[in-house]
Design a binder for this molecule. Structure first.
Ligand code: HEM
Length: 208
């Protein structure tokens, strides 16, 4: 039998200690890759290598997907391990996923596609990019409406709107599998994590 939920840290500890720590942790990949771009610009050794733009787009794409899965996993972990306070980080993780997605797209747009026209052509013609675009578009309203104010204004529709995270995550995985050429290890790991998270939700619906 499950015990009562853990009380967890106080509101003050959450707001003034844990949330800032999580915020900093979520900015680390962006700061790291930003620093690599700076080193590269200065002619210093860096992790970008010869195809700098490719490497940067890949890194930002991977982090977007990791944060998307983390946002979904937080609710599962909160429920299964009876740690409801963990859910308090979900909004922040989700907003970071959107920010990384926009940065991933921005770097692609400027450095890989080289402009809006070429990007539109890619979105229309290259299937792995075609599937990724709606995923990005879905994350934007989720990020924008993530505040308490929007939650109140939208009422029950807020929950409905936020189920967009599921198709967004599925499309992101399809995007990753589709663009992978030889090594499928990473996309398969992410796909398995998403499948497990979706299965847990399905089972809970069938027998709450
Ligand atoms: C929710 C939105 C998105 C997610 C989660 C995502 C995720 C990813 C991931 C995981 C990768 C592969 C990283 C690796 O190889 O290790 C990737 C690569 C890529 N993504 Fe996205 N992506 C998203 C949206 C987009 C959009 C909207 C575009 C462009 C319209 C795009 C363009 C690309 C390109 C061109 C690559 C390949 C870079 C290369 O290897 O040359 N992505 N993305």
């Amino acid at each position: 039998m499950r015990g009562p939920p853990h009380r967890g840290p106080s509101d003050r500890v959450l707001r003034f200690a844990l949330k800032p720590i999580v915020f900093i942790a979520l900015t680390i990949p962006l700061a790291y890759w930003g620093l690599q771009v700076y080193y590269s610009g200065q002619g210093l050794p860096n992790a970008l290598g010869a195809d700098a733009a490719d490497r940067l787009v890949e890194a930002l794409g991977s982090w977007t997907l990791r944060f998307l899965l983390l946002a979904l996993a937080l609710s599962t972990v909160a429920r299964r391990l009876r740690l409801p306070w963990i859910v308090r980080f979900r909004r922040m993780v989700g907003v970071f996923a959107m920010t990384y997605a926009l940065t991933h797209f921005g770097v692609y747009l400027v450095f890989l596609a080289g402009g809006v026209e070429a990007a539109i052509e890619d979105i229309a013609k290259r299937p792995y990019i075609t599937v990724s675009f709606p995923a990005l578009l879905m994350l934007i309203p989720l990020g924008v409406t993530s505040t308490r104010g929007w939650q109140r204004r939208l009422g029950r529709n807020w929950r409905r709107l936020h189920t967009l995270i599921y198709p967004a995550a599925i499309l992101a995985i399809v995007h990753f599998i589709w663009l992978s050429r030889s090594d499928f290890t990473e996309p398969v790991i992410y796909a398995s994590i998403l499948a497990a998270l979706l299965l847990e939700r399905l089972l809970r619906r069938i027998s709450p």
